[in-house]
Design a binder for this molecule. Sequence first.
Ligand SMILES: Nc1nc(=O)c2ncn([C@@H]3O[C@@H]4COP(=O)(O)O[C@H]5[C@@H](O)[C@H](n6cnc7c(N)ncnc76)O[C@@H]5COP(=O)(O)O[C@@H]3[C@@H]4O)c2[nH]1
Lengths: 178, 178
Amino acid sequence: SMGYGLAWSYYYGYLKLILPGLADRVKTSTFWDASNQRIAPKLFILLPTSCFAHPTLTDGDSAVQPGAHLREFKANRSGNPQRVYRNFVYKVTSEDGQDYYCVAEYATPLLTLFEMEEDTLADLSKEEKLKQRAIFKSTLLDILTRPGVKECQDACVLLDVDDAPNSATSLSQLLLQA
Amino acid sequence: SMGYGLAWSYYYGYLKLILPGLADRVKTSTFWDASNQRIAPKLFILLPTSCFAHPTLTDGDSAVQPGAHLREFKANRSGNPQRVYRNFVYKVTSEDGQDYYCVAEYATPLLTLFEMEEDTLADLSKEEKLKQRAIFKSTLLDILTRPGVKECQDACVLLDVDDAPNSATSLSQLLLQA
Ligand SMILES: Nc1nc(=O)c2ncn([C@@H]3O[C@@H]4COP(=O)(O)O[C@H]5[C@@H](O)[C@H](n6cnc7c(N)ncnc76)O[C@@H]5COP(=O)(O)O[C@@H]3[C@@H]4O)c2[nH]1
């Protein structure tokens, strides 16, 4: 199924490559000391319930402020020498005025499901999209929790984002609580 | 099915983004004048029959020599601001000593199918891998040949690569003939 393949693609083509060295890139960034280590050495992966991913998190919630990119990770992959992978640090401010930083982004494969639902040529109904989203998430959890991938499992957090219009939780609140 | 989802992901998450501006990035590169325009303003997408993609094309055939990267394309995508996409130019020399250049790479989603087949947790036999490869290719052709995507269709070429051990055609020959 689609969600199954997208989860494996996300693991082999991305998480397996970038997660092992992520904590080191966080701890050697300017954010580590500047924030008194108020930045988790992990990737927060956002899973919107609608599968719609904004271009930046700030577009999704202006209270999630842009920070800066972490150091790049490069690898030869599939005919592309020194392909560039890099993550971005966002800043959220708690109610008592404390700044927190986090490495976060949406799970890009979900955006594909959203775009397919909108495309008349792709054969994807809203129900099927939500079903494939669930398969994507459960497959990813299976991959990340099996023996032997601890360096990936500890290095990322999957967060559901309820983006229904009447949703009670904003992106910034979700990140502050995570 | 997996191949169907990977094809749509490859289109919406990559080809739709990078192909429209590719010809311009080729024609404004140093290769355009340096090679007397012996470089096609297109992306050659290699589809190995085994789905195995070498890290670089040179690893697949030492007669395919490294050139250099084209100018980067950046876009805000799915929470990653200014995500970097860039392609690479390779050089092949014909029998009469003429140098030709081409922008080429393997189709990244196929490597995922190969890695899944090797992974005991992923449920993918060799037969199923080949079936999903065929679905990936036919779906991609359907997407690229429908009305309204001419800027993508003219900007890439899909090339099957027979990488069986007894294969008669090398990667360099394939690229010279393309
Ligand atoms: N050759 C090539 N160069 C690229 O820059 C590139 N970017 C994407 N792709 C391929 O297009 C398709 C759609 O990409 P998407 O971003 O939705 O999924 C991506 C995305 O969710 C994640 N990922 C990969 N690279 C990055 C990255 N640099 N930043 C964030 N996420 C990434 O992992 C998935 C699989 O990646 P690949 O397995 O490399 O192949 C992708 C995929 O088949 C590329 N292919």
